[in-house]
Design a protein around this ligand. Structure first.
Ligand SMILES: *[C@@H]1O[C@H](CO)[C@@H](O)[C@H](O)[C@H]1NC(C)=O
Length: 350
């Protein structure tokens, strides 16, 4: 009896801990609301207040900023928009070396001086460091720890979640989804990061573009599969069936997390989208189809085949075209809105 009661209580405790963790995630960011990324690498961008007003006019109350721009933060905060604030890669060396006190000073002067803590939901520490900025890799987790310690000292340790946005190439294997595994070369950084985000209730953040998967491998990736097309040939993976690449990517990540013993860590898609020009498949029609599907899934809290009933928080990329982005032509054409505030294609967020 005693053993059984003890076991029961352990279950209750584990269950309560799981509930608390789930509650913590919901407090950090509401997965039922779509977010939009606002990059500002462009020469013709509207002022921050106009960008913030445009989001509000469209019923969007959540945005990802790639850096704590002192002109953008107050405008978005004043409009009541909840923020994921990027901590630039260039700042990681300092934040790792400076300890919690240095991180606190940086956080206060770079972020909290410009936006009240109430509006800050996430710090995305570094962007795609493990993909193309290996120089910063050793500084990433120490910087995350220091920023978290700084937040704890402000009483914000549970409210502002600290994570890091990864390119989907963080997976060395993603097909079939159940074979998902992290790139072995990144495990030295990823394992302590996973421990940290699991302990603090933060999500694993990933940027994923089925469009780019299609462009890079049109022979094996069908356009319909990338686009959530009805009737795209499905991929069977054991008992699970995948009808689109978005689900398959999220679940490959879920499998990789499982493999490392962190199967309960939530996944947030911190960038996804579809461009309107610069490639034959980059059309306003395709962009409308892809993004409308993402919006609809987020609104109904859709899970994935491997994690049914677990909503995925998503930030669409991008609010406007960014004509200063380097790389392939399509990189400059992800904007959902034009600079004059009109829609680049028909899409609704309500
Ligand atoms: C780091 O962050 C601050 C505030 O955003 C900025 O002024 C500074 O120049 C950044 N870069 C480096 C290399 O420290």
């Amino acid at each position: 009896m005693a053993t059984r009661a003890a076991l029961c209580w352990r279950h209750v405790a584990v269950f309560a801990a799981a509930l608390l963790a789930a509650a913590a995630v919901v407090v950090a960011g509401d997965p039922g609301k779509i977010g939009i990324c606002h990059g500002r690498v462009g020469s013709n961008l509207p002022p921050p207040a106009a960008a913030a007003a445009l989001l509000r006019q469209n019923g969007i109350t959540k945005a990802r900023l790639f850096l704590p721009d002192p002109a953008v933060l107050p405008a978005f905060a004043a409009a009541g928009i909840d923020l994921m604030v990027g901590v630039p890669n260039e700042n990681l060396t300092f934040l790792s070396a400076a300890g919690p006190d240095g991180a606190l000073r940086w956080l206060q002067s770079a972020v909290l001086a410009h936006a009240p803590a109430d509006r800050v939901r996430y710090l995305a520490v570094g962007n795609e460091v493990l993909y193309n900025n290996q120089f910063y890799a050793p500084h990433l987790v120490p910087a995350m720890h220091n920023l978290h310690a700084a937040l704890v000292s402000l009483g914000l340790g549970d409210k502002v979640k600290v994570s890091s946005a990864h390119a989907s190439s963080v997976l060395a294997s993603s097909y079939p989804p159940s074979a998902g595994a992290f790139d072995a070369a990144s495990l030295d950084v990823l394992r302590p990061m996973l421990r940290f985000i699991a302990d603090t209730g933060a999500p694993f953040m990933v940027n994923t573009y089925p469009f780019i998967s299609y462009v890079n491998d049109p022979v094996n990736v069908q356009l319909g599969y990338a686009l959530f097309g009805a009737g795209a040939p499905a991929v069977s993976d054991g008992a699970l069936v995948y009808t689109n690449m978005f689900d398959a990517t999220v679940d490959a990540l879920a499998a990789a997390l499982d493999r490392e013993g962190f199967g309960a860590v939530p996944i947030a898609v911190t960038e996804t989208g579809w461009p309107t020009a610069g490639h034959p498949a980059a059309t306003p029609q395709n962009a409308a189809a892809y993004n409308a599907k993402i919006v609809e899934r987020v609104a109904r809290g859709a899970g994935t085949p491997r994690r049914p009933g677990v909503p995925v928080e998503v930030f669409l990329f991008d609010l406007y075209d960014e004509d200063g982005k380097p790389g392939a032509e399509f990189e400059r054409h992800f904007g959902i809105f034009r600079a004059d505030g009109s829609k680049a294609y028909n899409i609704n967020f309500a």
